[in-house]
Design a protein around this ligand. Sequence first.
Ligand code: TXA
Ligand code: MG
Length: 338
Amino acid sequence: MSLQTPADFTEAVEAAATLLRAGELVVVPTETVYGLAANAFDPAAVSKIYTFKGRPSHNPIIVHVATADMIRECAGEWSEEAQRLARAFWPGPLTLVVPKSERVPMVVTAGGATVGLRWPSHAFMQALIRRCGFPLAAPSANPANQLSPTSADHVLHNLPGPVGLVVDGGPSNVGIESTVVDLCRNPAVILRPGMIHREALASVIPVLSPAAVEGTQRGCEAPLKSPGLLSKHYSPRAPLRLLRWRDGADLREQIDSEVRAGRRVQILCHSRIPAGFAPDQVSVIPHDAEAFARALYAELHQCDQTGVELIVVECPPDGPEWHGVQDRLTRASASSES
Ligand code: TXA
Ligand code: MG
């Protein structure tokens, strides 16, 4: 169902709410990526998400809320720090890991004592959650370990089975998954970088980057527990290489063996457009972090759908606003080598 007109919007909210109340799964647009939603308070419905995605049972699912009452229902404890981050960044692409309440079923949190909460900014998600009257558990709407969808078209191309309803809200505005912050540690820790970056968070509460924690914790405490930190995540089908080049000749030299082998190569660049490649082999992505994040997964899905055999991505610039994009690209390139 599309959301082109106000009547479409209302109809889609009603249809989705009816299915969710009946314990069915619905694919919903959010500002980050598309989600596969179920009633977070219905353990049988949430179990369907794991089966449908082929998601490992130890990987907890984010709970999406849209009212202050829902926060109170889901959080066992809501600290001053949580409140400050929520006030600064909600609704928006930020997930806060806090102690869970009794009300949140164990299947949502993969048996853990914490729950990841997010108040999305997408108008459809807000309207749907309020109409349902219960929060929605929703991971990204892709088969486990594959690329997250940022359009209804991506969802339909990759869905592993039939689903009650796919709501088409157009291209996702943020384009990569939310920043996940663990507030059950002191100081708080970024479990998954995103477009709400460390500096932005640090202007509100003290927060550590994942690298800082890995450095200080070696051998002392349990490793960070967020399966989204595993390297084999967020990857397109083709191997992905992050490269820097001076010019077209330099790039050609770096991928010489693939080019000679006749591999289909696609180049995603943002500042140095390499000469000597066919125009349709080169995609130019905007050179600012927000526009780059918005476009990135669509480019990678396009590579998947057209049978590209090697994806070359020009290394993104440094700077906090690029950390989310760097994180996804590094994972995609690491997993293609393992
Ligand atoms: O932007 C997003 O976060 C999207 C949209 C749909 O909201 N959702 C999303 O969900 O990316 P998913 O399941 O693909 O990724 C959620 C990440 C996983 O890495 C999961 O391990 C982590 O968040 N996570 C969820 N609950 C957690 C918890 N209680 N403790 C630690 N990590 C948690
Ligand atoms: Mg995911």
